[in-house]
Design a protein around this ligand. Structure first.
Ligand SMILES: Cc1cc2nc3c(=O)[nH]c(=O)nc-3n(C[C@H](O)[C@H](O)[C@H](O)COP(=O)(O)OP(=O)(O)OC[C@H]3O[C@@H](n4cnc5c(N)ncnc54)[C@H](O)[C@@H]3O)c2cc1C
Length: 175
């Protein structure tokens, strides 16, 4: 990958937010399936603004939570950027009165459950990968487990999302 792009990404996310060694690329090149393809670079943003900057370089971007998916959807088959959300792992707010939580996409599912349970609340979606999957990945896959037979899947618990484009806006009446 172009050295200038790597330098720009490091300026945006900090040096520890960009991984390029062969070992790192191997680790971020697979998920829970047998599929495997290395990215050219791994970027670990800390904010949604950094997500946008990583996505504007006109190179393939594949977003990744913890890579536990069973559909190879986080495998970067075209190379490019493995945009990994695990450093965006803050629970920003739990509103006990309204029983809502505001979290970043990389929060581990079990961590959210533990946090709300300490307050006497309940977040039902329970994929078996609860300790090695993120809320962002759960949303993309509409994940659920046995409790969802009674209480519904992840999609039933989403009130709003902050979404950034991973490619430049299209021109045309549909844009
Ligand atoms: C042992 C095991 C047990 C499992 N059990 C279950 C189960 O009981 N129920 C179930 O539903 N699933 C299960 N799964 C599948 C998987 O764990 C879930 O689909 C989980 O929700 C994926 O989360 P992740 O963070 O690992 O996402 P990843 O695998 O990293 O990504 C999955 C998809 O989400 C997208 N994505 C991730 N984060 C974001 C983001 N922030 N913004 C946009 N897109 C994003 C990726 O691009 C990809 O398309 C299991 C998997 C394993 C390995």
């Amino acid at each position: 990958m172009d050295k200038n792009i790597i330098a720009q990404l490091k300026m945006t996310t900090g040096k520890d937010g960009v991984l390029t060694t062969p070992e790192d690329l191997a680790v971020y090149g697979y998920d829970g399936t047998f599929e495997d393809h290395r990215p050219d670079i791994v970027v670990l943003p800390r904010t949604t603004e950094q997500v946008s900057l990583a996505a504007r370089e006109r190179i393939p971007v594949v977003t990744r939570g913890m890579g536990s998916g069973l559909a190879a959807a986080s495998v970067p088959f075209q190379g490019g950027i493995a945009l990994t959300m695990t450093r965006m792992n803050r629970i920003l707010e739990i509103d006990e009165v309204n029983a809502t939580a505001h979290v970043e996409a990389g929060v581990v599912t079990a961590d959210l459950q533990t946090a709300v349970e300490k307050l006497g609340l309940f977040y039902p979606p329970d994929p078996s990968s609860i300790r090695h999957s993120t809320i962002g990945g759960n949303i993309a896959c509409n994940a659920g487990g046995p409790r969802c037979l009674k209480y519904g899947v992840t999609g039933d618990y989403i009130l709003g999302l902050t979404v950034r484009r991973s490619s430049p806006a299209r021109k045309g009446p549909w844009a």
